[in-house]
Design a protein. Structure first.
Length: 451
């Protein structure tokens, strides 16, 4: 069955055709490691994970590359503010980011590339652009001359009236006008430890050149698919296209996919607005990261989604119900082909996870299907959902650090005991134990601890 994806470049749904049969080269813009990502950032990474899982569900091998921006304006500024060496700062936040991926059951990328470990590729690319006359040296760095780029701004649908003849050194700049942008920033007297030698002058790369150099080094001049959040369409992805295609003379990516914003009170969630939450904030509200993931599945990846605690708690209740049913269904069944076909039709239709989730509940209510087959089918769906419904990797925690997901299961079991639903209570106990925890009943309530 064909996979159909919305291509940001064409603004249409297109049938995916890889460059090599059975293989997908996929590059996703990763984190800038100067702070802990907020849950709006993680929405994009869940989208990337779903894309990969859908391809793999269809039998493709996915060569997935994610970058880590460990040198740019933000990381250097935070390093100075904290008085911490750049590498020490970025390593700390990279570890926090990866722990969030694990909590959300996001598959690790095949390649995780750090900017500071690929400076040579960036210097080579900039040298090529200078040799072609598409870049020029200024007093503070090397800049891309966008007047030399045919069709500049097509991804973002920028018209010629929005192109400025000025240059700008900031990695992230206003979304109103296109400028000549910095490929390389010369060393200053500010004492930064982010300095590398280059034939055009000592300094450090601009943000945009990092992704072009790393993606082409890992995957070649043309990618099958490039992904990111909608806020990266301009200027970041627009500038990636300009410098990459000018250097190679080939299309940079055949498909572009961008995730919608997460809002809070209908305003974009952003650190600059100070209206964001982190995964640890959800866990303090006894919300499991997997419940957050489930909630994201109920909205289309391109649609804006407005965060409320009530909505995510409701999603957690639904996930607990799903886990409870799966826990009491017998093993040994076979996936139901008719439901698998419908599921494939939904996820292959531009990742329509809301319909795929609805299909799961439809199957559970289908009295004509054996319970064992229902279980096998839903666990097959979970290859895409990534909700750990088969009681996959166990949690490891101290008694004082019980994951919110386990606490939520224990609370559901306590409610089942209060209503004398012993079958459900036993199933939930088994589920908790299968995830590496022991629950003990007390005269008032219960206790939890790692098994």
């Amino acid at each position: 069955m064909d996979i159909k994806l919305y291509n940001t470049f064409s603004r249409t749904i297109e049938t995916f055709k890889p460059q090599k049969a059975g293989r997908v080269s996929m590059y996703q813009c990763g984190p800038t490691v100067y702070d802990t990502p907020h849950i709006g950032n993680y929405r994009t990474f869940v989208m990337d994970d779903l894309i990969r899982r859908v391809f793999e569900y269809n039998g493709y091998e996915v060569d997935q590359v994610m970058n880590v921006t460990d040198v740019d304006d933000k990381t250097i500024r935070r390093s100075r503010e904290e008085g911490t060496p750049l590498h020490e700062l970025t390593s700390r936040y990279e570890k926090l980011f990866v722990s969030g991926l694990e909590a959300l059951e996001i598959l690790p990328p095949k390649h995780l590339l750090r900017a500071t470990e690929n400076i040579g590729a960036m210097v080579e690319l900039i040298s090529d652009l200078l040799a072609k006359g598409a870049a020029y040296k200024a007093d503070d760095g090397v800049y891309m001359d966008i007047s030399k780029v045919a069709g500049y701004g097509q991804l973002a649908h920028i018209d010629s009236g929005r192109i400025s003849k000025e240059r700008i050194s900031n990695d992230e700049y206003d979304k109103e006008n296109a400028h000549d942008f910095a490929l390389w920033k010369f060393k200053t007297d500010e004492g930064s430890d982010a300095v590398w030698e280059a034939p055009f002058g000592a300094g450090r790369p601009g943000w945009h050149i990092e992704c072009s150099a790393m993606s082409m080094k890992a995957l070649g001049p043309t990618l099958d698919l490039h992904t990111g959040g909608m806020d990266l369409i301009f200027p970041h992805h627009t500038n990636e296209i300009a410098q990459s295609e000018t250097a190679t003379g080939k299309p940079f990516a055949n498909y572009w996919m961008h995730g919608g914003f997460m809002t809070i009170k209908e305003e974009k969630m952003a650190k600059s607005k100070n209206n964001f939450l982190k995964l640890e904030d959800l866990e303090s509200e006894r919300i499991s990261p997997l419940a957050f993931r489930y909630w994201l599945l109920t909205a289309h990846y391109r649609s804006p989604i407005d965060f409320t605690l009530e909505a995510v708690k409701s999603a957690q209740n639904a996930l607990i119900r799903l886990m409870s049913v799966i826990g009491i269904q017998p093993e040994g069944g076979k996936a139901i082909q008719a439901y698998k076909d419908r599921f494939l039709g939904f996820v292959n239709d531009d990742l329509n996870t809301p319909k795929a989730v609805a299909l799961t509940w439809e199957l559970l209510k289908d009295g004509s299907q054996p319970d064992a087959d229902k279980r096998a089918t839903i666990l097959d769906f979970d290859r895409v959902f990534g909700l750990r419904l088969a009681s996959g990797p166990r949690f490891h925690a101290s008694p004082a650090d019980i994951p919110a997901e386990i606490t939520a299961l224990a609370e559901a079991r306590e409610e089942a005991r209060r209503t004398k639903d012993w079958k459900k209570a036993d199933a939930l106990r088994s589920e908790i134990e299968s995830r590496g925890f022991r629950i003990s009943d007390k005269p008032k309530g219960y206790s939890l601890e790692p098994a």
